[in-house]
Ligand binder design. Structure first.
Ligand code: 0PR
Length: 400
């Protein structure tokens, strides 16, 4: 008979093969070492299942309270939503909502002979690949506006496109718009203020993917704000319907903890599926059985750290971002844009090759898809000395 200890020893050997955030060589991740307090919370909630909330009433309350706190952070006391598996599930949920809203609009108008084959969604070129998964699953038609020189969606193009399709009263009316507040590769923020106006004036729902930026932008000190970006992204803008905001990125929760927030509870009806044998008979989330650990850790950290704690973490990362940017320039490197959030993209014609050479030295960076560049995400596990080490290695690799 194998003992518990033997199993744990074997597991330890596998775990040893993983990289560790604290060694400071993970430069391309949007996740980080979770807050140590969450270890206790994981133990307390490890068996909870929010898929059957009637059995786990306390955990369900934690989810609701977490959504309420995040909602207030996003200027919406009416917020409704879920702490789910991550940004991918949140974005797919938002696309499912828009797709269902669009189908139900067509069915409720006099267009009864018109069957929606695929919903048209306007989506930034910089959007995360989770939207491509949504496209696959729901047969969406993704419309990609051009990018501005600041790597944001061209709002003038979007306005013209929307007005044009409305005036033509054709089949290709727009079912939803997506804006990104902190894009994956460069950290840029779309002009959500303008997108909100376009959505609101034309009755088109707007989803904001703030999976990364949601726990950064509200806490940014003014000195880090650039003049070419509008930092407004939340429910204060009346056209915003849904927001993705992930506790397991800059929120310091352990994986899996993502957030999908709706402007109000009315949107739930578009997502509800009958689940007759559960304690709650209508289920709106994509996953059925789902852990309550994310809701509990999120609640714990929101209350422990508060706005002040998150502001401290954010601005320390921004200070390190500014430091890295300055050091890069001093060493002859160029960034693609001035960093908007704690993401630095370094111009490199042979980004993939550099990335591989760095990997041989035990340094893990990632590469951009939208331009030839290395991508560094300055997460809380990175210290100044790690950034110095990165620069030394970059200089080394570039010498050859
Ligand atoms: N939306 C945005 C803006 C994102 O950046 C990401 C993930 C998602 C949605 C999807 O979130 P989940 O991965 O939680 O489903 N961005 C990172 C990326 O794909 C995720 C990541 C995290 C990648 C850690 C690597 C890593 O080590 O680049």
């Amino acid at each position: 008979m194998v003992t518990n200890n033997e199993i744990l020893e074997q597991l330890q050997k596998y775990r040893y093969l993983d990289l560790k955030y604290e060694t400071g060589n993970i430069f391309g991740s949007m996740c980080t070492k979770p807050h140590p307090m969450t270890l206790e919370i994981i133990k307390m909630f490890y068996e909870t299942n929010l898929g059957d909330p009637g059995l786990f009433k306390g955990t369900k309350m934690l989810e609701e309270e977490s959504i309420s706190i995040i909602g207030k952070l996003l200027n919406n006391p009416e917020a409704f939503g879920y702490i789910i598996s991550g940004g991918t599930e949140a974005n797919i949920t938002a696309m499912r909502l828009f797709n269902n809203m669009s189908k139900s609009n067509v069915n409720s108008t006099n267009n009864t002979d018109k069957i929606v084959k695929s919903s048209n969604i306007i989506i930034p070129e910089t959007a995360h690949f989770s939207f491509d998964k949504s496209k696959d699953m729901m047969n969406l038609n993704l419309i990609r506006p051009p990018l501005t020189e600041y790597y944001t969606s061209d709002v003038k193009w979007i306005k013209d496109y929307v007005e044009d399709t409305i005036s033509k009263k054709g089949e290709n009316y727009v079912s939803g718009i997506v804006g990104i507040a902190g894009c994956t590769e460069l950290g840029t923020i779309d002009n959500i203020n303008e997108l909100s106006k376009i959505g609101y004036e034309n009755g088109i729902p707007l989803h904001v993917d703030a999976a990364f930026g949601g726990f950064v932008i509200p806490f940014l000190e003014d000195k880090y704000k650039l003049k070419n970006y509008n930092y407004d992204f939340d429910f204060k803008l009346e056209g915003v319907t849904t927001i993705t905001i992930d506790p397991h990125k800059m929120g310091l929760s352990p994986i899996s903890a993502g957030g999908i927030i709706f402007r109000n509870k009315n949107y739930k009806t578009y997502l509800d599926i009958e689940a007759p044998y559960l304690t709650e008979t209508l289920q709106a989330t994509i996953l059925g059985t789902r852990t309550g650990v994310g809701a509990a850790t999120t609640w714990g950290l929101l209350n422990l750290l508060g706005k002040e704690g998150y502001a401290k973490i954010t601005n320390e990362c921004m200070e390190k971002t500014a430091y890295l940017t300055r050091k890069l320039k001093e060493n002859g490197f160029e960034t693609v844009i001035e960093p908007v959030l704690n993401i630095v993209a370094i111009k490199d014609e042979n980004a993939k090759e550099t990335c591989n050479k760095l990997k041989e030295k035990g340094i893990y960076v990632s590469v951009c898809r939208c331009t030839n560049a290395l991508r560094i995400v300055i997460m809380p596990h990175l210290e100044f000395e790690h950034l110095d080490n990165l620069i030394n290695n970059l200089c080394d690799v570039n010498k050859k």
